[in-house]
Write a protein that binds this ligand. Structure first.
Ligand SMILES: [Zn+2]
Ligand SMILES: [Zn+2]
Ligand SMILES: [Zn+2]
Length: 119
């Protein structure tokens, strides 16, 4: 059976239904709502990740609204809440509050400072 295209939850591009990485924006787990910390599947409406315990709502650094972390962008103002992994060879998009890259494991410092510079 053919796989159907589905929208990436991060950038909205229609991508293959079994993609593990979005070919458009490069985010892992483009079709599921995943904890930005540990990539556990999370549900909208939950208050904390069942695996690592991080809070699933956070204040947007741009508009200060509370937003759900599973979509990696602010639901109020629509700005992406991602930064790039500081490792040059990795450079994968990561959630701005993450302290460790979920791809290469490098520590991420100053994610909150980095995102405040994004225009
Ligand atoms: Zn988690
Ligand atoms: Zn916002
Ligand atoms: Zn990385």
């Amino acid at each position: 059976m053919a796989t159907f295209n589905k929208p990436c939850i991060h950038c909205g591009a229609m991508i293959d239904g079994d993609s593990r990485v979005c070919p458009k924006c490069g985010v892992r787990g483009p079709l599921g709502i995943l904890c930005p910390n540990c990539l556990n599947t999370i549900k909208r409406g939950d208050v904390a990740c069942s695996s690592c315990g991080r809070a699933l709502m956070t204040g947007c650094p741009f508009c200060k609204a509370q937003t759900f972390v599973g979509v990696w962008k602010c639901e109020a103002c629509g700005k992406p809440l991602t930064i790039k992994c500081p490792d040059k060879r990795c450079g994968q998009p990561q959630f701005f509050e993450s302290t460790k890259c979920t791809v290469c494991g490098k520590p991420i410092k100053d994610g909150k400072k980095q995102i405040s510079k994004v225009k």
